[in-house]
Design a protein around this ligand. Structure first.
Ligand SMILES: [Zn+2]
Ligand SMILES: [Zn+2]
Length: 306
């Protein structure tokens, strides 16, 4: 299960009624933040989610509207009493940028571990798995996929029938073959078929390149930039490495996402709602993002097993 909360939806500049685009993800009480523009800690203060459980920060790229809030946020996390390490991920160039920002936040009561990502899987707080793919924006940018795996169903009846001693049930559940005096059992004998987990995509400041559609294929929710509402701005979107509402919707459709939240609106786009139809004609399950928009991605109930 993954809780998702949109903290802001602006691109370029924070506005009086629109914080910069960023997203908070929670799993088993542990938090991951996606992007941290100027002022991100302020809408966060209203959420009740707290700062202390922040275990990871994923940056899409190092433009100011995605990173300038970092020093203040790191202090907010310190002030909340965190002493455990915080992981920070981003594309090539992230380490130098974060080192620069740390000049004004040099002393923290926890370690900030910076990793520049390639295409490897990485672990996120609460048992989540992360995966990134490059976008196209004029400088290195990463799109992210976050997944929560679901364990196969364990059959106690079958374990009992096989005579598996109780202390060996847990290793079997983890997928290890077990032996005991007078018997043995393989995971396949007590585990059901693989079960679908849940996944989320976070895509911003990029053109909808094919690798991103592959990255976010089948996600339960795609949070995607849509800098321009008006289709007349398509050329600008191409020039500046952004997307229109229709392009974001086409990405969601092509990736077979289940739902789409639009974010990262240009300051010139004062009423994103006015262009909603540009997206819904392409991908009906589209929502215009706003600060405080939240949902929970839950495992599907399976018939007969609850
Ligand atoms: Zn941006
Ligand atoms: Zn940018």
């Amino acid at each position: 299960m993954i809780d998702v909360l949109l903290l802001g939806t602006g691109g370029m500049l924070p506005l009086p009624a629109r914080w910069l685009s960023s997203l908070l993800v929670r799993c088993r009480g542990e938090l991951t933040l996606f992007d941290c523009g100027e002022g991100t800690q302020i809408p966060w203060q209203r959420t009740g989610w707290g700062f202390r459980r922040l275990g990871a920060i994923c940056l899409s790229h190092v433009h100011a509207d995605h990173v300038a809030g970092l020093p203040g946020l790191l202090h907010a996390v310190a002030n909340a009493g965190r002493t455990e390490p915080v992981a920070l991920y981003g594309p090539v160039g992230t380490a130098a940028t974060v080192a620069g920002l740390r000049v004004i936040a040099p002393k923290l009561p926890y370690e900030l571990r910076v990793t520049e990502l390639g295409d490897e899987r990485f672990d996120l707080p609460g048992g989540l798995t992360g995966l990134a793919a490059p976008g196209k924006h004029g400088l290195p940018v990463l799109a992210y996929r976050v997944g929560a795996a679901r364990a196969r169903r364990f059959s106690p009846e079958q374990a009992r029938a096989l005579g598996v001693p109780l202390p060996l049930w847990r290793p079997l559940q983890r997928g290890e073959a077990v032996r005991w005096d007078g018997g043995k059992a393989a995971p396949a004998e007590v585990l059901g078929p693989p079960r679908r987990g849940v996944a989320l995509g976070f895509v911003t400041d990029t053109r909808p390149v094919p690798g991103i559609a592959e990255l976010v294929r089948g996600v339960d929710l795609l949070v995607c930039e849509a800098n321009y509402g008006d289709p007349a701005d398509a050329a600008k979107a191409a020039e500046w490495g952004h997307m229109t509402f229709a392009e974001a919707a086409a990405l969601a459709r092509d990736a077979a996402a289940k739902a789409l939240w639009l974010t990262h609106f240009s300051p010139a786009l004062t009423e994103p709602e006015a262009f909603l139809e540009e997206a819904t004609t392409v991908f009906p399950a589209t929502t215009i993002g706003f600060t405080g928009l939240t949902t929970t991605l839950s495992f599907l109930k399976e018939e007969g097993v609850g």
